[in-house]
Write a new protein. Structure first.
Length: 72
């Protein structure tokens, strides 16, 4: 997770990376950070026949992080 590693190095350069990852995860309502696999699962669904009735929209893969912000 290169982007997450860069964020950890930027925001907490003196803290071990794994500790920063745990702190990042604690900020999410689900209590953990996302994984590339979570995004891949959504992409696979959208590319499949099962998504044949999806014609556009926002699909947020953020662990509920925006719930507290009130995105509409």
């Amino acid at each position: 997770m290169p982007m997450l590693a860069r964020s950890a190095a930027h925001f907490a350069p003196d803290v071990p990376r794994e500790t920063t990852f745990v702190r990042f995860g604690a900020a999410h309502p689900l209590g953990r950070i996302g994984t590339p696999e979570a995004v891949a699962e959504l992409a696979a669904f959208l590319a499949s026949e099962k998504a044949g009735f999806c014609t556009g929209g926002d699909f947020l893969v953020n662990g509920g992080l925006l719930v507290g912000i009130g995105v509409q």
